[in-house]
Design a protein around this ligand. Sequence first.
Ligand SMILES: CC(C)(COP(=O)(O)OP(=O)(O)OC[C@H]1O[C@@H](n2cnc3c(N)ncnc32)[C@H](O)[C@@H]1OP(=O)(O)O)[C@@H](O)C(=O)NCCC(=O)NCCS
Length: 221
Amino acid sequence: MGRNRRKANSVITVPRDTEYSTKQLSKGTWRDFERLFETHPAPGAYPCWCMHCHWRGPETKSKGDSRAKLIERNRRDKKTLVKQGRSHGILVYAHGEPVGWCQYGPSQELPRIDNNPRYRKFAHGNGNERLWRITCFVVHKNFRCRGVAHIGLRAALAAIQNEGGGLVEAYPIKRWGAYQEWRGTVSMFENEGFQIVAPLGKSNVLMRRTILSCRQMCRLG
Ligand SMILES: CC(C)(COP(=O)(O)OP(=O)(O)OC[C@H]1O[C@@H](n2cnc3c(N)ncnc32)[C@H](O)[C@@H]1OP(=O)(O)O)[C@@H](O)C(=O)NCCC(=O)NCCS
């Protein structure tokens, strides 16, 4: 059995760590999500409130909308999605303080990539398998290069497994320093058993991995 096949057929666990812990984004952890984004953990994170991938296309703006108004609208829209159970993600905590974030969700929740013509050529056509996306990472500047994004990713994969599994997609950068490091790096996903499917422009690639649910694994023995 190949390495990736083995990964597909195993229970995903989050590394036990004395410093870091993880929680799902929910009504109960909304305030922690706000706290993380209000620290301005990365340029772009605060204004976006991780709404970018929820939209099908460019954000609608009215003439005269101030930046502050748009930021507040994003925050409010994200909060509404969380209340409705339409936004998924993992918060990573260092000694109880939120320091990292990994957004994932079913494809319908994060549809923006569907508009990308390069992506559409390789779009997943099998209607029976559930399609998941891992779209965004944010790690607070003071906590970078310590594996926080890795922990968020592993917790997101474990959550997908608990929620029934399926095909999981990511769109990471090929080399560090390319624009869009918030999508994660190829090596992060390779370490978790993902394989490159196709290039998406100069800097990014489409990667996929199948995750079996715990029930499917039991059936396989
Ligand atoms: C990209 C980002 C999430 C990585 O988080 P992190 O916790 O520092 O990453 P990790 O320590 O888990 O490392 C992940 C991988 O990236 C690599 N990496 C991280 N920072 C790096 C750097 N500055 N230079 C080179 N490689 C780096 C690590 O070596 C690791 O590679 P590996 O998988 O081969 O071991 C973080 O830098 C970040 O939040 N950047 C800003 C993203 C952003 O702007 N988000 C908002 C968008 S709206």
